[in-house]
Design a protein around this ligand. Structure first.
Ligand SMILES: [Zn+2]
Length: 377
């Protein structure tokens, strides 16, 4: 068996975050509509998402926390004490249909991705990658840590050398915390330095794990304004070092699109061509993996980028230009740029950005040297 599989659902439309939340925008449903309109997906490549079971959620999360999420879903309110105890019901992590049902659907999909992968398919769950959620606390728009649940499923299937690679613009604090003291899961994250970006407290290079997990956690905190050349310079080298010290039996890849230059929640200058090349580098280093989505707050940028990922993994040549039907889908999104000084009309015409240039700054070279020293120490 083989072939690429996109695990998704139009039901995510019903599980939106509340108005004014960055995750209010359509993402997975928009991707499905766009691929359909552009003729880039066949029916047999689509897998309808399912909800996670309670048992699956409890592989990673505490029962008290999951019950609070379920209670919030039943009453569409903040359960008593939940704000203080579980960080639910804040501006960042508000109560909405996304709190439990949307998150559970995304998590069931990550378990489906594991199952499909083990059956020989190449799975992509664009709703997954909610890497900030802690065992008993919501964090950074994330309620259920679907990568963590997927890792727990893999562990129960007997895997003992699991790699988790995270390309999201933000440090994967929820995943790091859960696997900080184990040598069975190597967590590596490339992100904006916490010196200037969420989650601020974690994501530094010196966080290398503890106990049996010492040396099995690696953070690559990158500077503002990172360009394609710098991003690929870092990735190519660091993935090479990693291969020297840890050959995984299986890996998961978090593909948040908030690292793109159009995304207003990050400060990188990375094009979707740079993002696509990063995906290629990871696959060259470790073969096929379990592909998950992640952050991404500019719906048009997100759909263009994940379309490129889907085309690459399903062996399609991505069209250079957005077609008429695809453009209609993009234009249907209720979305306005925050900064109306910038002209982003190209996003509705071209699918693939021109390669971004730029020099590799000395601080980037220095960072890679420090990472190298850490990995081999
Ligand atoms: Zn992010």
């Amino acid at each position: 068996m083989s072939g690429a599989r996109l695990i998704g659902s139009l039901r995510y439309r019903d599980f939106r975050y509340p108005k004014n939340h960055p995750l209010r925008v359509p993402r997975v449903s928009l991707l499905l509509e766009f691929l359909q309109a552009e003729g880039l997906i066949r029916d047999e490549e689509k897998v309808e998402s399912r909800f996670a079971t309670l048992e699956e959620l409890l592989l990673f999360h505490s029962r008290e926390y999951v019950e609070a999420l379920m209670e919030a879903d039943r009453c569409m309110c903040v359960p008593r004490g939940a704000r203080e105890r579980f960080n639910i019901g804040t501006y960042e992590n508000p109560v909405s249909p996304a709190t439990f049902r949307g998150s559970s659907l995304a998590t069931g999909s990550s378990v489906q991705a594991v199952d499909l992968f083990l059956d020989g398919y190449r799975p992509f769950n664009p709703a997954g990658g909610m890497h900030h959620a802690f065992r008993d606390r919501a964090n950074g728009f994330c309620f259920i840590n679907d990568p963590g649940v997927a890792i727990e499923v893999l562990k129960r299937r007997g895997f003992r050398r699991i790699l988790y690679v995270d390309l999201d613009a933000h440090h994967c604090d929820g995943v790091q915390e859960a696997y900080y003291d184990t040598d069975e899961v190597y967590v590596v994250s490339f992100h904006q330095s916490p010196e200037y970006a969420f989650p601020f407290r974690t994501g530094y290079l010196h966080e290398r794990g503890e106990g049996r997990g010492k040396g099995f956690n690696l953070n690559v905190p990158m500077p503002e304004g990172l360009n394609d050349n710098e991003f690929l310079y870092i990735l190519e080298r660091v993935l090479g070092y990693l291969r020297d010290v840890f050959m995984p039996e299986v890996y998961l890849l978090q593909l948040g699109t908030d690292l793109l230059k159009e995304d207003y929640l990050s400060r990188f200058e990375i094009t979707n061509r740079g993002f696509l090349e990063a995906f290629r580098l990871v696959r060259e280093a470790f073969g096929e993996g379990i592909y998950l989505g992640g952050g991404g707050y500019h719906p048009i940028a997100l759909v263009r980028a994940w379309t490129l990922i889907w085309c690459e993994m399903s062996g399609r040549r991505a069209p250079e230009r957005v077609g008429v039907a695809g453009r209609k889908v993009l234009e249907s999104v209720d979305w306005e740029e925050f900064d109306d000084e910038v002209d982003r009309s190209y996003m509705y015409e071209l699918l693939l950005d021109p390669r971004g240039g730029g020099p590799v700054r000395q601080e980037v070279k220095d960072l890679v040297l420090r990472v190298k020293t850490e990995v081999y120490s």
